[in-house]
Write a protein that binds this ligand. Structure first.
Ligand SMILES: C[S@@+](CC[C@H](N)C(=O)[O-])C[C@H]1O[C@@H](n2cnc3c(N)ncnc32)[C@H](O)[C@@H]1O
Length: 225
């Protein structure tokens, strides 16, 4: 599927009964019901609206090539994994990891674990059995509501993902990670620029406007950088 979905535009759903619901969960539910990406994800059989973020990133910067070997970190419930599988085709390989268990997806190797632990990284490397062409990280910790803390935690996960990517990527490979608005931190950006031919920040249309989420997209991996 290409471009932003338009399904069900124009008819806003209001919840009649808020009995027993907190204002926050009521708002969340209303937003979900009125979100065209949520509806389009359901129509397309994607497990999450997040799937469209990868669709949009990949439509802009061609990353998911047929036969590619892809690592998907922070993969649950599996939207990005589904998009990756569709685009790389049967000759490719996807190794997906999350703290949470995921329902099986034919063609993907699904692992459960905390990527902050060495055992999880080892499990991904074992499943990959070689180099990767693309390392994706949509990892995000549960937000605390305290911006500075959330920022630090998400950047720590992005750094961990990059550290891993530098070890497993094949020359010419790509890297995508969720970061926070304001761009990547200097250390992360310096490292990316040293090791990749091109580095850009992408805010896919499917990423909610109010959120400070952003993706750093790096292509053309240079091992010796
Ligand atoms: C935004 S969701 C990913 C959505 C997914 N890309 C999709 O399309 O369905 C972020 C995920 O990161 C995972 N996560 C956060 N910290 C992690 C960690 N340390 N190790 C592995 N997964 C982690 C969370 O469990 C959560 O499922």
């Amino acid at each position: 599927m290409k471009g932003p979905p338009t399904a069900g535009r124009g008819v806003a759903t209001r919840l009649r009964t808020a009995k027993g619901r907190s204002t926050a969960s009521q708002k969340w539910l209303e937003r979900q019901l009125n979100d065209p990406y949520v509806r389009a994800a359901q129509a397309a059989g994607y497990r999450s609206r997040a799937a469209f973020k990868l669709v949009e990133i990949d439509d802009r910067v061609r990353l998911l090539r047929p036969g590619a070997r892809v690592v998907d970190l922070g993969a649950a419930p599996g939207g990005w994994t589904q998009v990756a599988l569709q685009r790389i085709g049967p000759a490719g390989r996807v190794v997906a990891l999350d703290l949470l268990a995921m329902d099986p997806l034919p063609g993907a190797i699904l692992l459960q674990g905390d990527f902050q632990e060495a055992a999880a990284e080892q499990a991904v490397r074992a499943a990959l059995a070689g180099q990767a062409d693309l390392v994706l990280s949509d990892m995000a910790p549960n937000t605390t509501g305290h911006n500075a803390t959330d920022h630090l935690r998400i950047m720590a996960l992005a750094e961990l993902a990059l550290d891993f990517a530098l070890k497993v990527l094949a020359p010419g490979g790509g890297f995508v990670a969720k970061v926070f608005q304001g761009g990547s931190e200097k250390g992360l950006l310096d490292l990316l620029k040293r090791h990749f031919a091109a580095v850009r920040h992408v805010k896919p249309p499917a990423s909610r406007k109010g959120s400070s989420e952003l993706y750093v997209v790096a292509t053309g991996f240079r091992p010796a950088g």
